[in-house]
Design a protein around this ligand. Structure first.
Ligand SMILES: *[C@@H]1O[C@H](CO)[C@@H](O)[C@H](O)[C@H]1NC(C)=O
Ligand SMILES: *[C@@H]1O[C@H](CO)[C@@H](O)[C@H](O)[C@H]1NC(C)=O
Ligand SMILES: *[C@@H]1O[C@H](CO)[C@@H](O)[C@H](O)[C@H]1NC(C)=O
Ligand SMILES: *[C@@H]1O[C@H](CO)[C@@H](O)[C@H](O)[C@H]1NC(C)=O
Ligand SMILES: *[C@@H]1O[C@H](CO)[C@@H](O)[C@H](O)[C@H]1NC(C)=O
Ligand SMILES: *[C@@H]1O[C@H](CO)[C@@H](O)[C@H](O)[C@H]1NC(C)=O
Ligand SMILES: *[C@@H]1O[C@H](CO)[C@@H](O)[C@H](O)[C@H]1NC(C)=O
Ligand SMILES: *[C@@H]1O[C@H](CO)[C@@H](O)[C@H](O)[C@H]1NC(C)=O
Ligand SMILES: *[C@@H]1O[C@H](CO)[C@@H](O)[C@H](O)[C@H]1NC(C)=O
Ligand SMILES: *[C@@H]1O[C@H](CO)[C@@H](O)[C@H](O)[C@H]1NC(C)=O
Length: 459
């Protein structure tokens, strides 16, 4: 007990002693002395207070001058400052305070004021707590974002591996952002966006994760909005765009239509040689990284007429013509011939199915049906052949994606992955409704007079 009292006495004595040697006295306005061991904590202010505002005025005795002021901040800036006016020590917000949230992450400002006293020195630590208000919008960095992707592009791929999506929110208490997609854009169904993490080196920067949730098979570049929303009232939202640019050169080879049909029921043997097939779906066209080393082939599924077709490719390599080469007499006895047109390059292949309706003998043998029935009975065998043949022809990735998409397109699938069928539908609509086209498909590719003949590889 005695030793404890002695200890207490020692502490009191020492403190009294040091106070005397420093000789500076600091008081509140109500004359209460400010202890020299603890920092003073001022009343909380909001982060939107104007610079120049006086936070507190203290009374100093034996204070000769303010020797120095040390900020306790990341940026080494004085957001509050003290000036000695007579015996008053006025602590104000400085002009730097407007940038406080830009540079700092703590919800309080700290400074140490070093006084030069009549004899000796004294320090005073001041703490200014700050209440965060939501006064900053999230801001996307390096936006808008553009991703150049080959098609088809896989599902479950995180695009932010190719380029970071970052939104910065300066508000000091903001530790999370809600990223979202435009709910009204059809492509939303093929993507998911979510919060990933804050930048470990800068807690104000927030990374988003943008995933494909479906395989993409885009034909055209597509742009959609993404949003970053903060979590404090009043809620603030910012937007930017993400553009998916189709990297055609590195895309898989792909015919624009999985199926082409030509009605040659009126074809006469004398005009057959060199006859250029006209397809109801328009000219055969394809995209992907086509080049002069791409190999073409055409195969008759009945194997009888493999040598009776010639492939010609337009100069830009994107449109294809099929013409007849000396078809034998039996050819005209057929009612239908199904061909597979294939294209191949290193790492990629594509194929499309061509159905020719030929003169045949069926018109007298098959009972006449109403046009609608006719269409129906026509299209069912066609689709079945299509599915079987595409498998046989090892059409691979692309064809299967097309088919799969088609089957899905009947449900409420997102529009983006049904681009092929949409295009097809639009084509039909145009033919029916556009008077100026006179029923001729508009999407005809203008072949140059110089159509390049290419080597036909036999399967
Ligand atoms: C004087 O003011 C200070 C700060 O405002 C306060 O902490 C202290 O309790 C007051 N003292 C008296 C005696 O009112
Ligand atoms: C501190 O604020 C007061 C009140 O706004 C103002 O009169 C004074 O000039 C300011 N002092 C400094 C050093 O900015
Ligand atoms: C802080 O106040 C001192 C005077 O006490 C002045 O010399 C200095 O320029 C001020 N600094 C800022 C950043 O306002
Ligand atoms: C998506 O990829 C992650 C790894 O990146 C894997 O854990 C997950 O199972 C995949 N999900 C699907 C549906 O493939
Ligand atoms: C994120 O934003 C979306 C769309 O605005 C909203 O539906 C969702 O509830 C939000 N999530 C959170 C965690 O705030
Ligand atoms: C994107 O943000 C701008 C600026 O805040 C706003 O004017 C525009 O309406 C927003 N666009 C969308 C699609 O939300
Ligand atoms: C082919 O055209 C002829 C007349 O030109 C028509 O009678 C026949 O129905 C058509 N066949 C198909 C499958 O469209
Ligand atoms: C294909 O074109 C490239 C240049 O685009 C050329 O270097 C190459 O020799 C061509 N190959 C053939 C087989 O024509
Ligand atoms: C085509 O059919 C007709 C009538 O059935 C037949 O007389 C003719 O020999 C056939 N031609 C060939 C080349 O098979
Ligand atoms: C792609 O763009 C072309 C030209 O702008 C347009 O004609 C076509 O309909 C578009 N295709 C799709 C699937 O949007």
């Amino acid at each position: 007990m005695a030793s404890f009292l002695w200890f207490l006495f020692l502490i009191l004595f020492c403190r009294e002693n040091s106070a005397q040697t420093q000789s500076c006295q600091l008081r509140w306005q109500n004359q209460t002395t400010i202890s020299n061991t603890f920092p003073i904590i001022l009343e909380t202010i909001e982060d939107i207070e104007p610079p120049g505002k006086t936070l507190i005025t203290l009374i100093g005795e034996n204070v000769e001058k303010i020797a120095s002021i040390q900020p306790d901040s990341i940026k080494e800036l004085l957001y509050i400052n003290a000036t000695l006016v007579g015996t008053s020590i006025i602590i104000n917000l400085t002009e730097h305070f407007v940038d406080y949230e830009k540079y700092e992450i703590r919800e309080r400002i700290g400074i140490r004021i070093n006084f030069q006293c009549t004899t000796g020195t004294r320090a005073l630590d001041v703490r200014q707590p700050i209440k965060d208000t939501n006064n900053h919008d999230p801001e996307f960095e390096n936006s808008p974002y553009v991703f150049q992707l080959p098609m088809p592009f896989p599902s479950n791929f995180s695009l932010d591996q190719l380029g970071k999506i970052i939104a910065r929110d300066l508000d000091i208490s903001q530790t999370y952002l809600n990223f979202s997609l435009d709910p009204n854009h059809e492509i939303s169904g093929a993507f998911a966006i979510s919060y990933l993490e804050a930048d470990p080196n800068d807690p104000k920067r927030h990374f988003a994760k943008l995933m494909t949730t479906d395989a993409l098979n885009l034909v055209n570049d597509t742009t959609f909005y993404i949003y970053a929303t903060d979590s404090q009232e009043p809620i603030r939202t910012s937007n930017t765009t993400v553009t998916i640019r189709v990297d055609n050169k590195n895309s898989a080879l792909r015919f624009d239509e999985p199926f082409y049909s030509a009605n040659c029921s009126n074809l006469r043997p004398e005009e057959a040689h060199g006859f250029v097939l006209k397809f109801e779906e328009g000219d055969i066209s394809l995209r992907g990284g086509i080049d002069n080393e791409t190999e073409w082939s055409i195969k008759d599924t009945s194997k009888q007429y493999d040598n009776n077709f010639k492939i010609s490719v337009s100069l830009n390599l994107e449109a294809v013509q099929i013409s007849l080469v000396n078809p034998p007499g039996s050819f005209f006895n057929e009612s239908s011939v199904v061909l597979i047109l294939s294209v191949k390059k290193v790492g990629s292949a594509g194929s499309t199915v061509i159905q020719l309706t030929l003169p045949g003998r069926q018109s007298s043998e098959i009972p006449q049906m109403s046009p609608e029935q006719n269409k129906c009975s026509d299209s069912i065998p066609v689709i079945i052949t299509l599915a079987v043949l595409l498998g046989i022809a090892s059409a691979g990735l692309i064809a299967s994606i097309v088919l799969w998409r088609r089957s899905r397109a009947s449900g409420a699938a997102p529009e983006i992955i049904t681009t092929e069928s949409r295009e097809e539908m639009r084509e039909v609509e145009r033919m029916d409704s556009d008077v100026s086209s006179n029923g001729v498909p508009r999407r005809s590719v203008a072949f140059n007079d110089t159509v390049e003949e290419i080597k036909v590889a036999k399967l």
